[in-house]
Write a protein that binds this ligand. Structure first.
Ligand SMILES: Cc1ncc(COP(=O)(O)O)c(C=O)c1O
Length: 365
């Protein structure tokens, strides 16, 4: 019998003693030492529907979320690690698994991989994707580097291009890396925007060196809630758990996350709409003479072929109320591109109008 290590969450105490759980109204939790009057009335009123969630400690094991993810992804609950967004998991992962190790990052990409690795003393090297190769990732070109490192970060579908790499190339990388137990961390924060199932989740059983990162931030637009998860081998995730404080994922995040994960319709609708809208916007932008990355998700890289620096365009867009993502801090891009999201149709039309205006002005320059 393993008793829970803390008070609150009585479910686990009843379970460990194999006693049927009494209904909430029939039990009083003396194991938790918080104010018996509950939260301030104003908060209670505002959060009425979440009241139960905010008064108690959150489930430290996030069981409901794990059950839902397990069904969805066909993985065991022990192969799921929940955290406060993929970003937090990247830091937990670096602290638990990568301390002082040699790490390779496929760039340009999300800057938090490097930040987390450097914080924990890793020796970081980069493999640069190239626009001339249409941002493709070829396993052959990575092979030498793979043999020199203990972990590789790959963002797929790729931020900032939105590109989906070929499965056979990712598979080849996983296979080579597995020969020397090199971790391959594939960040799939945007995978669910693609209609083509660009996930490597089916290789988790075969490759214990594979860790997949997911975020609920992007598809479900809940950036303020902070929720993400990792999928991986049970023994690897056990190590991550040691570096995560108890009750780390709050009750509201768990509740909202569960509601999101049940809404497959929202995901499907978004995916189908996104594919059409992305094609429409990309075609229009190409007609205007811009280079647009071959994205499979909800953003793309835009390049103005004749210009080495897009500061002038950034200023023009901002003055017209369009806020782009600059790329000065993306290795290999250094400001020569902009990353733009696919927004609602009217908003994308506004972007197209402003870029048309820019194009006219440019032709006089
Ligand atoms: C590739 C990638 N991974 C992870 C994240 C962070 O996700 P979360 O909000 O779940 O921390 C981002 C955020 O921009 C991202 O671009």
């Amino acid at each position: 019998m393993k008793l829970p290590s803390h008070g609150s969450n009585p479910f686990y105490l009843y379970e460990s003693l194999q006693i049927p759980l009494l209904e909430k109204q029939k039990r009083i939790d003396f194991s938790v030492n918080i104010n018996p009057f509950g939260p301030p009335p104003m908060i209670r009123e505002k959060w009425q529907s979440y009241y139960i969630s905010i008064e108690d400690y959150p489930d430290p094991y996030c069981l409901q979320l794990k059950e839902l993810i397990s069904k969805k992804e066909h993985v065991k609950e022990k192969e799921i690690f929940i955290g406060n967004g993929a970003s937090e998991i990247i830091f937990i992962l670096a602290s638990a698994l990568l301390k002082n190790k040699k790490v390779l990052i496929v760039e340009p990409t999300f800057s938090e991989y490097q930040k987390a690795c450097e914080m924990f003393g890793c020796q970081v090297s980069s493999f640069l994707l190239e626009s001339e190769k249409n941002w493709e990732l070829y396993a052959d070109e990575l092979l030498n580097a793979i043999h020199e490192v203990e972990a590789i970060f790959i963002c797929h579908p790729h931020n900032p291009t939105g590109k989906a790499f070929q499965e056979k190339e990712l598979y080849q990388i996983l296979k080579e890396a597995a020969k020397q137990n090199t971790f391959v961390i594939i960040d799939e924060a945007f995978y669910d925007f693609s209609t083509q199932n660009h996930s490597m989740v089916q290789y988790l059983q075969k490759f214990p060196n594979l860790i997949i990162l997911r975020s609920l931030t992007k598809m479900f637009a809940i950036a303020g809630i902070r929720l993400g998860y990792a999928l991986g081998h049970e023994a690897v995730l056990e190590k991550l758990k040691k570096y995560q404080p108890e009750w780390s994922v709050n009750a509201i995040a768990q509740k909202i996350g569960a509601l999101c994960l049940k809404d497959d319709e929202h995901v499907k609708r978004t995916q189908q709409w996104m594919e059409k809208e992305r094609n429409r916007v990309s075609n229009e932008l190409r007609k205007l003479g811009f280079d647009v990355s071959d994205s499979q998700v909800n953003f793309y890289l835009l390049n103005e072929p004749e210009k080495q620096d897009l500061k002038e365009l950034i200023v023009f867009l901002l003055k017209h109320g369009i806020v782009p993502r600059h790329t000065y801090n993306f290795r290999g891009l250094e400001g020569r591109y902009l990353r733009l999201a696919i927004k609602k149709r009217e908003e994308n039309d506004r972007l197209l109008e402003v870029l048309q205006k820019w194009r006219k002005i440019c032709s006089y320059l």
